[in-house]
Design a protein around this ligand. Structure first.
Ligand code: MN
Ligand code: MN
Length: 366
């Protein structure tokens, strides 16, 4: 069964009359069409026993067909009521107005739900496509894993650009600019999130960003970056030494590296997500830095940068071949330094396959 047939089966099994997918990532997953419609209406409408259709702004009709979607595409002009057009095409496919809807509860705006109710007042939003997507995306096919590997290669290239760009006095933001310029020159037009370059104590703020601060010698510099390759994302972190960082910085690097390598080496079918997290966390705790490891060990990756499974305490999900996720322990000591080392991997029949191959041994840049 292909992806569309599988969701049609899910609709049949649950007695849903229709699925409305609005998240561009989900639409891309089923149609191969990647778009950001911003405030305009985008939807993929799937029925248990009728042909699906894609609904896009009129200016995107041709592009969506070119992307490989070979079922119907309908468009609307800015002055038209999109839900009036959508309801007409729904009723071409159904004998009765749809009652049991499956929607993406995580992403569908309430205003769109209200627009559905204008045209189909008896609608009930009983099914959650967001939950379905979490499950269906959990196991990647060999083709998807190949795309994740290709995205990983782009991340490796980005690291090489970033390491070359390090120079005393250059700001973190300038290094980001050089990485992204180099990627774009190679035709990599999208990063999976805003590229992070943080030196010294700024790296101790894991959700912070690159500042106008000039890079200083004798500090660690943290890179966290990713690209989008045909809709599939990479996400990887490396921390490098610029000059001769302090003994404390070198120590936390060593501990973080051991946690990362040991956790990654433990990945295989049959072990749980929580056990992988515990392996990394115990090493950091034992070294006395447990309180400075303030996030889960990893997250799923695929057509989105953060998806299932979460590699964290409490997640007793048993790993299976085809699951893809990050292993990214970090140690962040406020005011001192931050270290994170991250690869994304796929679970294989016996162990795991890493999407990135930039060395994790501490790289010294002079
Ligand atoms: Mn990550
Ligand atoms: Mn990352």
């Amino acid at each position: 069964m292909n992806k569309i047939e599988r969701i049609q089966q899910w609709l049949q099994d649950n007695n849903y009359d229709i699925a409305y997918l609005n998240d561009p990532i989900s639409v891309n997953y089923f149609t191969g069409y990647q778009t950001d419609p911003i405030e305009r209406v985008l939807g993929l409408f799937v029925f248990p026993n009728a042909d699906p259709f894609l609904f896009v702004p009129q200016l995107e009709v041709e592009a969506s067909k070119k992307a490989g979607w070979n079922k119907e595409v309908y468009g609307y002009l800015d002055h038209e009521d999109p839900f009036k057009i959508i309801s007409k095409h729904i009723m071409e496919r159904l004998d009765l107005a749809p009652k049991n809807w499956a929607i993406e509860k995580f992403s569908l705006p309430v205003s769109r739900m209200e627009s559905i109710l204008v045209h189909f007042p008896d609608s009930q939003f009983v099914g959650d496509v967001s939950k379905y997507m979490e499950k269906t995306k959990l196991i990647k096919t060999p083709e998807e894993i190949a795309l994740l590997q290709a995205a990983g290669k782009e991340a490796d290239y980005a690291f090489s650009l970033g390491f070359q760009a390090i120079k005393e006095g250059k700001t973190e933001q300038e290094v980001v600019a050089e990485i992204e310029y180099g990627l774009m020159k190679k035709g990599v037009m999208h990063t999976s999130f805003d590229t992070i370059v943080q030196g010294g104590a700024n790296a101790a703020n894991p959700h912070g960003g690159p500042e106008k601060t000039p890079l200083k010698r004798d500090e660690l510099i943290l890179f966290d970056l990713g690209t989008v390759h045909q809709g599939y994302m990479s996400d990887a972190s490396r921390t490098v030494a610029f000059g001769k960082p302090s003994a404390k910085s070198l120590e936390i690097y060593k501990v973080c590296l051991e946690a990362q390598l040991t956790a990654q080496a433990a990945v295989k079918p049959g072990i749980t997500a929580a056990e992988i997290d515990k392996i990394a966390r115990d090493i950091i705790k034992k070294a006395g830095y447990g309180e400075y490891f303030i996030h889960r060990t990893g997250h799923g990756i695929g057509t989105s940068d953060h998806e299932f499974p979460s590699i964290m305490e409490g997640n007793d999900l048993v790993l299976q071949p085809g699951m893809c996720f990050s292993i990214e322990p970090g140690i962040y000591i406020p005011g001192v330094a931050g270290v994170r080392i991250e690869d994304c991997v796929a679970v294989t029949e016996t162990s795991s396959l890493s999407f990135t191959s930039t060395s994790k041994e501490l790289t010294y840049i002079d």
